[in-house]
Design a protein around this ligand. Structure first.
Ligand SMILES: Cc1cc2nc3c(=O)[nH]c(=O)nc-3n(C[C@H](O)[C@H](O)[C@H](O)COP(=O)(O)OP(=O)(O)OC[C@H]3O[C@@H](n4cnc5c(N)ncnc54)[C@H](O)[C@@H]3O)c2cc1C
Length: 301
């Protein structure tokens, strides 16, 4: 079985950033990547300095191209299905392949579970005119009639999204909303629709109307989804004993310190898997500081 100082599971911004730092420090590193990132549906990603407006796949292409020049880094396509601790170290398995590693960094991100939203047809619009994050897509949709699909999260989303547009309608989709939160939203002049949504009318993925179960059609051009609709893309850290935590929006993620160190020796977690949602810049930062910390650990070991 081939041995590596470091195996990185997941080759998104967090995993590739860790690989870059490890490669430059000449650490024998393997990246195993299923190459199906959550943001693949988005036409462009925003807010990452020097790559604002670039498609996520282009970021991935540049990352692989830049890593190729580091002889100690190997990038492999594959879905890791098991990581097991043995007396020799951690055994990482993907398909028929197994590798031995001293340390494993999980950078597998999150997976969208759109069925959790109970919004008929949302798959056709997600990433085109319905988005999870106003920092990512608010600017491009500024001053348009927007929908916010949220109940408990609407209280913090509405004041924030008003920075981009004041023409807002909140759709709770039949879910309960605290009366105080609803009144605070309505005092801002924002209508709250509590009926379940029957369908989302759209033209080629671009929202035109939100249709309620009583047939009312409300014209909207885009929207943000505030409810928890994403889960960790892989739960292998749980099998190794890494504890989870819950963020203020109720999303479960893995617990790790600023350097991605978990309470389980040799096991690290970076990017969305650690933060639930941090964006590309935070994922790159996580990969960098985790790999730098590992290089330091190797130096003093
Ligand atoms: C619709 C949408 C739009 C977004 N727009 C923006 C934006 O404009 N700007 C911004 O900064 N952020 C945006 N984000 C968020 C951003 O995409 C994430 O925060 C960022 O990609 C997280 O990076 P990551 O490396 O942690 O995870 P990911 O980018 O999700 O990468 C994880 C990688 O691990 C792989 N993987 C998963 N499981 C396994 C396994 N078992 N074995 C091997 N590989 C595995 C995946 O296939 C993937 O390649 C958006 C997200 C979504 C959903």
């Amino acid at each position: 079985m081939q041995a590596h100082d470091l195996v990185i599971v997941g080759g998104g911004p967090a995993g590739m950033s860790a690989a870059l730092v490890a490669g430059r420090a000449r650490v024998n590193t393997l990246v195993v990547d299923a190459a199906s990132p959550r943001n693949a549906v988005a036409h462009a990603s925003h807010g990452f300095l020097t790559r604002d407006g670039v498609h996520g796949s282009e970021l991935g292409r540049i990352a692989r191209e830049q890593l190729a020049k580091y002889p100690t880094v190997v990038y492999r396509r594959g879905e890791v299905h098991g990581v097991e601790r043995t007396t020799d170290g951690l055994v990482v398995a993907a398909g028929d392949n197994t590798w031995l590693a001293e340390r494993v960094v999980f950078a597998t991100g999150f997976r969208s579970e759109l069925s959790m939203l109970d919004l008929p047809g949302v798959e056709d619009l997600y990433g085109r005119s319905l988005f999870p994050c106003p920092f990512c897509d608010g600017f491009e949709n500024a001053d348009r009639p927007l929908a916010i699909f949220a109940s408990s999260a609407a209280g913090h989303m509405v004041p924030m999204v008003r920075r981009w547009s004041t023409d807002l309608v909140v759709f709770t989709n039949g879910r309960a909303m605290d009366d105080d939160a609803r009144q605070a939203i309505e005092r801002l002049g924002v209508r709250v629709e509590r009926s379940p949504v029957a369908k989302l009318d759209h033209e080629d993925g671009m929202l035109t109307h939100v249709v309620l179960q009583d047939g009312t059609a409300i014209a909207r051009e885009a929207g943000f989804i505030g409810e928890d609709h994403a889960v960790p893309a892989c739960n292998l850290p749980t099998e190794l004993g890494v504890p989870t935590a819950t963020n203020p929006w109720g999303m479960t993620h893995y617990d790790a310190d600023d350097f991605g160190r978990t309470s389980v020796p040799g096991v690290y977690v970076v990017g969305d898997l650690k933060r639930a949602f941090g964006g590309i810049a935070a994922a790159v930062h996580d990969g960098y500081s985790c790999a730098a910390s590992i290089v330091h650990e190797l130096a003093v070991a």
